[in-house]
Design a protein around this ligand. Structure first.
Ligand code: HAM
Length: 432
């Protein structure tokens, strides 16, 4: 027999039951907020044709150039584990003719993404995103609402964050700006890194993605797109800011925020948290009016964001997760075989009524069963012994204050139902 123990791949991890409560809380809250704003879930495959991302995200981006998990499948087709989901959502939107009938389609997704990045705090190779995409409108109020929705989700989870905002122009004004940028870049070429030198010729905006220390002072000196927007983009940006102002949402304009994906036009934004260290972006998003056409579809004006779930959980206040931790409302402690049979009946009956119940099948002493009840953080313990069985009345103990009394099964059912109603928001899906 092989004695090799397997470990997970670097940059991936197991999410164990002890830490999953925070994930459930964030996911449930996200579903609730999306529901409030009229977003419906879409699930696209995790694996897609490589060409979808190469064309959608852009060949000169770090994601496509360096980070994709790409391989040939058994039919010699090049396939890729999705590094993000916007391209997939737009592919599905076009493929399923979801634009038919007009109007706006509002979609959301929750799931894993894959990027072969350098490992560091807050960065995984398999990570999770919660994302939303609104397809079918260029109205600046949609941009503001998209940002508002992301911020509301974070706020409802007790997370403090800052909004960074920019506009990166459109097909009209950006080429003119890129000419100016390219000319300016010529001056610094010999001092820039190899990637920057290549990008200044092929896709100069991507120079702003450079992380090389020595390039940063030079990048700082480059002209910024916000000084070169056409009047339509300027007007759109001013209106986005106006709607944000109306919603009392503060922002910081960051003219070098171009985002690492080629599909963006006009509004781009990030929401960052000071508690995250260098990988501080919790949310990244923006408008991508041209992506549908790039992927062979009709013109569709769209905007969206994706939130890093792994990073979200890192900054989630601990008490939020604790309130969502699984714990039984009732732990059933029994003595002897006849009591065991009755215990199973009671547990079944309560579970069917929606209560969380558990018991220790191995039996053991009352002390050891009580120990398990405490370990699970049970709210109550029900004791079923020979006497209790004979009288069909059971001893119940509320562990919080050690109060103990006797109940019949109908009384127990009534008590648990009224107690559940009074639960202080634990496992509640409603953002307060
Ligand atoms: P992105 O900025 O590449 O945008 O990713 C969005 C968020 O995903 C980041 O802000 C971060 O929280 C999280 N994230 C990215 N890479 C990693 C990683 N290696 N480990 C952990 N978390 C990570 C997009 O993906 C776009 N599709 C967003 C979008 C949607 N734009 C329009 N619609």
């Amino acid at each position: 027999m092989e004695d090799r123990v397997f470990n997970n791949l670097p940059g991936t991890r197991d999410l164990l039951p002890e830490e999953i409560a925070c994930w459930h809380l964030a996911e449930d809250r996200a579903r609730r907020v999306f529901d409030q704003y009229g977003y419906l879930e879409i699930r696209t495959p995790i694996i897609e044709p490589t060409e979808l991302f190469a064309r959608g995200i852009g060949g000169d981006t770090d994601i496509v150039g360096k980070e994709m998990y790409t391989f040939e499948d058994q039919s010699s087709r090049s396939v890729t584990l999705r590094p993000e989901a916007t391209a997939s959502v737009v592919r599905a939107f076009v493929q399923n003719a979801m634009y038919r009938g007009g109007g706006v389609r509002k979609l959301y997704y929750i799931g894993p993404m894959f990027r072969h990045e350098k490992k560091q705090k807050g960065r995984w190779r398999q990570f999770y995103q919660i994302g939303a995409e609104s397809l079918g409108s260029d109205h600046p109020a949609v941009d503001a609402e998209m940002i508002e929705m992301a911020l509301w989700l974070l706020e409802s989870l007790g997370i403090q964050a800052r909004l960074l905002l920019n506009s990166i122009g459109c097909g009209q004004c950006r080429p003119r700006y890129l000419d100016i940028l390219r000319l300016e870049l010529q001056k610094y070429l010999p001092s820039l890194c190899e990637d920057c030198r290549r990008r200044s010729a092929t896709n100069s905006l991507r120079v702003f993605d450079c992380k090389v220390e020595s390039c940063q002072p030079l990048i700082e000196k480059l002209p910024v797109i916000t000084d070169h927007l056409c009047s339509e983009c300027n007007d759109h940006f001013a209106r986005v800011k106006g709607y944000l102002h109306n919603a009392q949402i503060g922002y910081e304009i960051v003219p070098r925020l171009v985002r690492g994906l080629d599909y963006y036009v006009r509004t781009t934004f990030e929401i960052v948290s000071g508690d995250l260290g260098s990988q501080n972006a919790l949310v990244g998003g923006g408008r991508y009016n041209g992506l549908s056409e790039i992927l062979g579809g009709p013109p569709v004006q769209a905007i969206g964001f994706a939130m890093g779930l792994d990073r979200l959980v890192m900054v989630l206040p601990k008490e939020q997760g604790d309130a969502f931790q699984w714990k039984p409302e009732l732990f059933l402690v029994f003595m002897g075989e006849p009591a065991f049979v009755r215990t199973l009946e009671i547990a079944r009956s309560l579970r069917r009524r929606g209560h969380r119940c558990d018991l220790d099948f191995s039996g053991g002493s009352i002390k050891s069963q009580m120990r398990l009840a405490n370990k699970f953080g049970a709210e109550h313990v029900l004791i079923i012994g020979e006497d209790e069985l004979a009288q069909d009345r059971y001893s119940i103990k509320r562990l919080e204050d050690s109060k103990q009394w006797h109940v019949t099964l109908p009384e127990l059912i009534e008590y648990l139902a009224s107690h559940k109603k009074k639960e202080p928001g634990a496992r509640s899906m409603t953002p307060e």
